[in-house]
Design a protein around this ligand. Structure first.
Ligand code: F6P
Length: 549
């Protein structure tokens, strides 16, 4: 369905009128005026709790945002995605990562074929293989069990598995050490190979297309390294592939029996639930991998069924839209207060920015508002001692998503309260700030002179009124991690619907790929340097000269 321009819709215009006043509101005042703000602006679903009360909005704003969601067809487009309509228009594909977490026995027919049995056939293959590797019956060429697993992939074939393996560290097999190589920079592969022994190492070549240049080069390097100590016949015990491209997997020399397939209706950045999650299943075992899928499925069911007003992904998306559109927030900072979610911001960068970093609508017209903010972040307590200064007192407004578990998965005393205290204190500080009078009162109590006080007041004043969400779970487990990722997947989808962009293609990465191929040939002397601009020519000449020293 062709959407009207966003700013021309009645609900957008109503919101814009409302925003004239609302963007001036002070959250301190909103909390003081309404003692029901916390229960009104929080929601729980699928083992997660979302507090969006520390945003510059109220229940009326939310009602208007939900009107917009409805007018843009969030519910109908959600249903179209979930039933397998080809909503990825530029690639003529369905978008069915949700089918990867449908329980056995459910049915979803695409192009006349029920895909759920196919999904579970691959899951069975994953279970059989991971069981053997984990229980030590899958042996390397010299008869020893596998100790090290190297996942070779990039983008969605790396970020999801790497993030999830780290996040589920407390559930991992003690013998299996996981490594991830993504960068075409040989330093990445070099560092991994330096830690592993070919006799006991399993390489997973993870690539949806099996054509991605970085992954293919890394895979060939791993293969050559392996063949320095073993034979071609040994490859089958040490190399497996996860891909949609059987022919290229065979051409690479991997036995099709060692290939874990998936389908073109799984986008790369939505693929951790497919066999791309093989490294996750190897690390935590098939039981926990199934819990991970179940956690995501619980969020899918909530997304499908909950009214928009109580629908967690919709609420998170609409609050994000409000901050982006009406507070001009050009970036979103992710602050996990959990060390094991260290890679979660990097994972969300691809999910959100590759999906919604778009400038034309699905119909090809220029968008008429800003779209996806820059997503970035770090583990919260470390971030506090690095860049939170800018978030507190800098000139831009940067909304923050705080993410924390109420209970730790370790039993070291004292740490978890300290962690949560920091998390809650930060969101409080961003909201309340500190007024000049409060600073004066503090400094007066410290007996500073009136002149010193007035010199310090502007520096020690915090404007506050800075928006944040807090997402809590009981513990970080396979179930809650699954739900958390699915929450952000659906949030991304909803924002894509509001902006009317195709969240499922990524043409923007193509140009650089093509140019890199040309320049690589030039660096290797296969073709004469093409006539680039003087900067690019100059850089190529410098690199050639350095390599021939
Ligand atoms: O170039 C971008 C991209 O296509 C991502 O969308 C994808 O996750 C990544 O490359 C890796 O692709 P593949 O799994 O096909 O190697």
């Amino acid at each position: 369905m062709r959407q009207p321009a966003l700013t021309s819709t009645a609900s957008y215009q109503a919101l814009a009128a409302h925003a004239v006043d609302a963007r001036q509101w002070q959250m301190r005042q909103l909390f003081a005026d309404n003692d029901q703000r916390f229960p009104q602006l929080t929601v729980d679903a699928a083992g997660l709790f979302l507090d969006y009360s520390k945003n510059r909005l109220d229940a009326d704003t939310m009602a208007r945002l939900i009107d917009l969601a409805r007018e843009r067809g969030v519910d109908t487009q959600r249903d179209a995605m979930l039933r397998g309509d080809k909503i990825n228009l530029t690639e003529h594909r369905a978008v069915l990562h949700t089918a990867l977490r449908l329980p056995r026995g459910k049915s979803l027919v695409i192009d006349g074929r029920d895909v759920v049995p196919d999904v579970h056939a691959v899951l069975d293959q994953v279970r059989d293989f991971t069981d053997k590797v984990r229980n030590g019956t899958w042996l390397g060429y010299s008869g020893k069990p596998i100790t090290d697993i190297v996942n070779v992939g990039i983008g969605g074939s790396d970020l999801g598995p790497k993030m999830a393996v780290l996040a589920l560290r407390s559930f991992a097999h003690p013998r299996l050490k996981m490594h991830f190589v993504s960068n075409v920079d040989g330093h990445d592969m070099d560092a991994a190979l330096a830690q592993v022994n070919p006799e006991t190492t399993l390489f997973i070549i993870a690539s949806k297309t099996f054509t991605t240049a970085e992954t293919m080069l890394n895979a060939n390097t791993a293969r050559s390294w392996f063949l320095q100590s073993a034979t071609e016949a040994d490859l089958a015990r040490h190399f497996v592939a996860v891909s949609t491209n059987l022919e290229s997997v065979k051409a690479f020399g991997i036995d099709p029996a060692n290939m874990f397939p998936f389908w073109d209706w799984v986008g790369g950045r939505y693929s951790v639930w497919s066999a791309i999650g093989l490294s996750v299943a190897l690390a935590v075992g098939f039981g926990y991998f199934s819990d991970f899928l179940a956690g995501a499925h619980a969020m899918d069911e909530h997304f499908r069924e909950a009214p928009l007003e109580q629908n967690m992904p919709v609420l998170l998306a609409m609050v994000g839209f409000w901050n982006r559109e009406f507070l001009d927030a050009g970036s979103l900072s992710i602050a996990p207060y959990h060390q094991d979610l260290n890679r979660f911001p990097a994972y969300l960068q691809q999910l959100d920015m590759e999906s919604n970093g778009k400038r034309v609508t699905r119909g090809g017209a220029a968008v008429d508002t800003a779209t996806c903010p820059v997503v970035w972040g770090e583990c919260g307590t470390n971030a506090q001692h690095a860049y939170f200064q800018l978030l507190h007192q800098g000139t831009d407004i940067t909304p923050i998503d705080f993410i924390a578990a109420l209970r730790a998965t370790h039993d070291l005393p004292g740490h978890h309260d300290a962690l949560l205290a920091n998390c809650f204190a930060q969101s409080e500080a961003f909201m309340t700030g500190k007024t000049g009078d409060e600073v004066r009162a503090d400094l007066t109590a410290q007996k500073l002179s009136a002149t010193e006080i007035e010199e310090l007041v502007p520096h020690k004043t915090f404007p506050g009124n800075r928006p944040s969400n807090t997402i809590l779970m009981d513990q970080l487990t396979p179930l809650t991690l699954g739900a958390l990722i699915a929450l952000y997947e659906h949030k991304t989808f909803v924002q894509g619907v509001i902006w009317d962009v195709n969240s499922f293609d990524q043409w923007g990465v193509e140009l650089g790929k093509v140019l890199a191929k040309n320049i690589q040939a030039e660096l290797q002397g296969e073709i004469q340097p093409a006539r680039h601009d003087s900067s690019t020519n100059g850089l190529i000449i410098m690199a050639k000269a350095a390599q021939h020293l």
